[in-house]
Design a protein around this ligand. Structure first.
Ligand code: TGC
Ligand code: FAD
Length: 389
């Protein structure tokens, strides 16, 4: 059955023709090229269809809201719609794009030197150079400010030591943006995969986000030249600034996952006969569908407004927290209800709702957990810090 996107409030009317073309192009790519492969990768645990990377680059999906260096220079509505369509395919597909664009290209673009931008960004936009983002450590996830990774200046280089865990794309990356403590606060470094003392290893056994590569990074006396330090920022606001980009993409992406589940439940319930009547003709299933459609519509409106604020330069980071927190929670609830409406069929991989549901458990945790975004918003509203540190 072909996917039909819910557009109850005629969001399409608010989109430019360019944004609609971008969205439809990515939708077609996901339908034709990604979805036929996804279940195979979910079965393999922690693999990603790397053969699609050149096509993703050709479509302009990497760094699509950055300007120059071979990037598409799209506005933030079109950027958001790309993430929405990718995550309709799978959160792992959107993750690949989030990390490459928001967490690797963005810090080089924003905090890097002209030389670093010229060296790395064109290859990253072309999908020839893959990047990962090393912030989280085994003992410091929600509180990255406590990280143990450390870089010591020695002559014209830095000696980097530490371990990063849960790093998307670590083992397939050519470079890692690694954040480490220095005498001058937290700083970012471009670590190249063949630097001596650097090693990336795959993590296996995930129940969630299986169509995505997750790795550990080990750094033992890695010598990083000064020219690979990102000089434009010092302190935790460096990595947190990158997270705004990726969290923004997740807010849109969650709508895509929810749309896939809603559409599946709607189509299934119209065909599934219960007591000689379509499941969709019964009150309780209708109530579930109505709740899903209402929540998806609210999430779409939230994102559209957020995009406009971002394009105008009026975005504050707690606004992104609200959208990430709300939309992921919404999508998880939609996925659970959709899975439920499919009955036993909902647990097999002929259907997508359960795959989205388990993926969304990761999405709820990474890029700031649901609780952390609640606390960010609580602090913003009250002026009082409830993090407990
Ligand atoms: P806090 O005092 O709040 O802030 C320190 C400095 O940073 C500034 N700041 C931000 N700047 C830009 N964007 C943001 N979102 C910012 N949040 C804070 C802040 O103004 C301050 O600046 P300054 O100039 O005064 O120094 O710091 P805190 O230590 O209280 O921590 C705050 C907390 C807990 C909210 C923060 O640490 C946090 O967000 N924790 C969550 C960590 C997280 O999200 N990790 C994600 C890792 S990457 C990942 O998950 C990738 S998944 C990829 C995929 O596959 O899609
Ligand atoms: P913890 O911080 O240990 O949290 C455990 C629980 O405690 C949560 O419920 C949390 O909400 C709660 N909690 C934490 N602090 C507080 C508090 N102050 N008050 C109340 N409750 C609190 N990281 C990267 O750097 N790069 C990546 O590419 C990346 N990719 C990832 C891919 C996957 C598949 C996953 C699962 C994670 C990835 N991460 C990545 C890591 C991710 O960002 C962290 O898992 C996340 O920030 C949470 O940290 P944690 O797992 O250590 O949980």
């Amino acid at each position: 059955m072909a996917f039909e996107a819910l557009d109850f409030y005629r969001i399409d009317d608010e989109l430019s023709e360019d944004a609609r073309i971008v969205r439809d192009t990515v939708r077609e790519f996901v339908d034709k090229e990604f979805l036929p492969l996804v279940v195979e990768h979910v079965r393999r645990d922690g693999s990603f269809p790397m053969e699609l990377v050149p096509k993703m680059a050709e479509l302009g999906l990497f760094g699509s809201n950055l300007h120059g260096y071979g990037c598409a220079g799209l506005d933030n509505v079109a950027y958001g719609l790309i993430q929405q369509e990718l995550e309709r395919g799978d959160s792992g597909l959107r993750s690949f794009s989030s990390v490459q664009s928001g967490l690797c290209m963005y810090p080089i673009y924003t905090y890097g030197t002209d030389k670093q931008k010229d060296r790395w960004l064109p290859g990253m936009a072309a999908g020839e150079v893959i990047g990962c983002f090393g912030l989280t450590e085994p003992d410091f996830g929600s509180d990255p400010g406590g990280m143990l990774s450390r870089a010591e200046k020695r002559g014209n280089a830095w000696i980097l030591n530490g371990t990063k865990r849960w790093i998307t794309n670590g083992t397939v990356s050519d470079i890692a943006i690694v954040w480490a403590q220095t005498d001058d606060g937290i700083q970012g470094f471009i670590v190249e995969k063949d630097f001596a003392g650097f090693e990336a290893r795959d993590m296996k056994g995930k129940f969630s986000l299986r169509a995505s590569i997750t790795s550990e990074l080990f750094m033992s006396d890695v010598e990083v030249p000064e020219e690979n330090r990102l000089p434009g920022v010092k302190g935790l606001k460096g990595p947190l600034g990158c997270l705004n980009q990726a969290r923004y993409g997740i807010a849109w992406g969650a709508i895509g996952a929810a749309q896939a589940c809603f559409d599946e439940a709607l189509q299934y319930s119209k065909e599934r006969m219960i007591m000689k009547r379509p499941l969709a003709s019964l009150q309780i299933p209708q109530q579930k569908l109505v709740k899903m459609a209402t929540e998806i519509t609210k999430a779409q409106l939230l994102c559209l407004r957020l995009a406009k604020l971002k394009d105008e330069g009026n975005l504050r980071h707690p606004m992104v927290s609200m959208a990430k927190m709300n939309n992921v929670d919404m999508a998880l609830n939609v996925a659970r209800d959709a899975r439920d409406m499919l009955g036993a069929n909902g647990i097999v991989d002929d259907y997508c709702s359960m795959r989205h549901m388990v993926n969304l458990e990761t999405v709820r945790t990474y890029e700031g957990t649901h609780d952390i975004h609640t606390l960010i918003l609580g602090r913003d509203l009250t002026g009082l810090d409830a993090f407990g540190g």
